[in-house]
Design a protein around this ligand. Sequence first.
Ligand code: ZN
Length: 512
Amino acid sequence: MKIVVCEFRQESNSFNPVNAKWKDFQRCGIYENEEMRRALEGKPCAVNGMFCAIQAAGENCIPTISMNGNSGGIVDQSVVDYFLEKAVSALRKELPVDGVFVSLHGATQSTKWEDVCGEILSVLRQTVGSSAVIAISCDLHANVTEKMWEMADIICGYHTYPHVDFFETGYRAAELGIRALRGEKLQKSRVELPMIVTASSYTTLRGEFSKLMEEGKQMVENDEIQDFSIFQMQPWLDVSCGRSTVVAIGHKAQECANYLAERLWTLRHTFHAPLYTVSQICRIAKENTTGRPIILVDASDSTNAGACGDSAFVLKEILTKYPTLKSAFYLNDPRLVEEAFAAGVGAKRQLVIGGSISGSENVSVISTAVVRSLHDGKYILEGPASRGMPCNIGKTAVLTVKNTDIVVCQAISAPGDPQIYRYNGIEPENYQLVVVKACTSYRAAYEKIAAGIYEADTIGAAAVNLDRLTFTHIPTAFFHFANHSLDAEAPQLLAVKQSSAAEGNAEWNSMS
Ligand SMILES: [Zn+2]
């Protein structure tokens, strides 16, 4: 049996004004042919999960190409074209192939295509023909489109958020793909929901969403289905083909997908993050007498959610209204890094801080800063997520403005890991207010030291408050936007789409 493996992963944020380019993928790793096997074997990633499942089944796999980019703006089409060219030429050399297993993010937009993953799968399907099995693994935040559904036989999504089951998901997809290759008829069903909810409003660590995930796992345990995925579409993808989707695979696929989707829909109002103004949080920090820091979460500028990470929106508020508050802050500002390195340690300068990547003046502030220290930006993450993994945020300067210490770097990575401060000589525990630009990844580390954690209602490409963004492509009847009274219409809008891999047909039902 001949099984080909490839990978294209990038989470696109339609509101980031800067496109994702070749260099952004180069930074995360582009591997071709046997180099892909060498680079990814043994790693906790989806591709290695596929390798291992294929090996466990006693089959051979042919690695072709793997391209990964960090979350960011819309991808330059030339990057997608490069991937397709390489993948197709590698496939052609191997034809006929029995299976193509693909690791995708699932929420990727390019300068040409709203649905990059659907287009990639179409091209792969055209190349290998209708009899080959295509199995894909996706992020929990994937936008599973019509095209993806039609082109792929097997779709598996992460079960964890924060994501820690990359390997397991790749393994599940490949294992089911092999079963399909061996002739097993696997029924697949899906239910689409016209819904996006802000990413920091749920997690699989606790709460209602984690219970729902457990219910799905129980269905697999009870042998009602072989697999399931609950895709909460990432909320900063403004595309006309957007939707959240529940997928189930197995003989009770339809029944189980219906149940999980209905439960997810019922829970929609619980996916709500309480938000505070920056001023409110600063006041809490001022009045806090515990001796432990207050954490201000500026998730709207999280690079993990595809924002630029260059916003000084919060800093401006601190410096103008709460200048005596002992605060710690970080941001991406490559221009400022160069200025600080040129000025040298101890130099005092009037500087523009923020907005240098997005070009937005709304997120910059002018202030007199002292250069405290300069660093190489290369350190080891303390975790708990990715503990021991290397991290590189580029050349880094620490500036002091009034009572605030600022880490200025070139490319924020792992924004929820406290080493972004500690490595650069800032101990978060010694501050009254610590700003963190991340969605959920920061929790495990900061909950241990904080007197309180508060999410701020700030502006940014990954705004937690979705009403702060102007969506122009997402369908108008969509949960949840303040200007849509969707609830009254909900039963009609929640349409259900079922289809089976074996029959390849589809029909619409109302779920009321
Ligand atoms: Zn995700």
